[in-house]
Design a protein. Structure first.
Length: 306
């Protein structure tokens, strides 16, 4: 865990406060993800304001935290190799998203699943430290933030949310901000601030009837976000859901390289990426994702095509 205490957050950095809170919460459970949350906050803060004295002081202390964490990690590949780190963060974000999606589709609405949806969206933000987001991750981020706001507002108003991707117009975090202002109920272990648990920036207000969000029935359902003690939410032991293991592509058994397959450096990099994704998925017992990525790597190496 990073030992260097941060000074008060400058108002200019309001947009990164929840990424920093998430880092604090994950310091013990997922220190690698916590590291990248701070790295995202650092990079974003530098773009916002690196000249104002209070901002410079804050960023300097944050940099000290990052350096201390990097020393603790030593030769951890998830920190020394970006492709491994990206896979690690992405798989954890997907785990949180699918846990919340499982609960949502089962009609189990509670603060822990709302927090999981929102935290998943924050972790997808963090993936931008590795480069441009995939279209799938962009959709997941928008959907997760919208879903968190929609369910929160329904529960606050005594309404029963509709599960799954539905058509809802104009949902925002405005009400959620007023409700949670100054509260740390969904961010246990952090200092309350004058701002809210949810951000109103970049929240989609479009209709989600036709959006394709894959069902989370195959996802490991061991809760990724702990239920805060002061929420009043009761939590029973959740058993892992059965996983739908994809069939191995039969064509791979008889696949022959057409003549001399010339693999480019980019091909090798993509194959390595799929293998790393598979290894990271296995850390979360996500056999389906591991099998899919290993098949992609195998097909690319045998045929030279994806």
């Amino acid at each position: 865990m990073a030992a260097t205490a941060l000074p008060p957050l400058p108002p200019q950095f309001k947009s990164i406060q929840h990424h920093l809170r998430t880092a604090q919460e994950l310091d013990k459970r997922e220190p690698v993800v916590a590291y990248y949350c701070r790295l995202y906050a650092m990079q974003t803060g530098m773009k916002i304001d690196s000249k104002t004295p209070e901002c410079r002081k804050f960023l300097s202390k944050l940099m000290d935290q990052l350096e201390a964490m990097k020393k603790q990690f030593g030769d951890n590949e998830a920190v020394t190799q970006e492709i491994v780190g990206s896979a690690h963060v992405e798989n954890y974000a997907l785990k949180m998203f699918l846990y919340a999606d499982n609960e949502d589709r089962a009609g189990q609405f509670h603060k822990n699943m709302i927090k999981s949806f929102y935290t998943a969206s924050l972790l997808i933000d963090v993936l931008t430290v590795f480069g441009e987001l995939s279209e799938e991750n962009v959709q997941h981020r928008k959907y997760a933030r919208w879903k968190a706001a929609y369910i929160h507002n329904c529960l606050k108003n005594g309404e029963t949310p509709q599960p799954g991707p539905i058509g809802m117009e104009g949902e925002s975090f405005a009400d959620a901000e007023r409700e949670e202002a100054g509260s740390s109920s969904l961010h246990s272990g952090t200092q309350p601030t004058s701002s809210s648990t949810y951000e109103a920036n970049n929240i989609p207000t479009s209709n989600y009837t036709g959006i394709h969000i894959p069902p989370g029935a195959h996802a490991p359902a061991n809760t990724p976000a702990e239920v805060p003690h002061n929420t009043g939410v009761t939590s029973n032991t959740i058993q892992p859901a059965p996983q739908n293991i994809p069939l191995v592509d039969p064509s791979l058994y008889s696949a022959q390289s057409a003549g001399e397959v010339r693999l480019t450096p980019e091909d090798f990099a993509r194959a390595q990426k799929y293998c790393k994704y598979a290894g990271s998925a296995l850390q979360y017992e996500d056999v389906s994702t591991a099998v899919q990525n290993l098949q992609k790597a195998l097909k690319l190496l045998i045929t030279g095509r994806e």
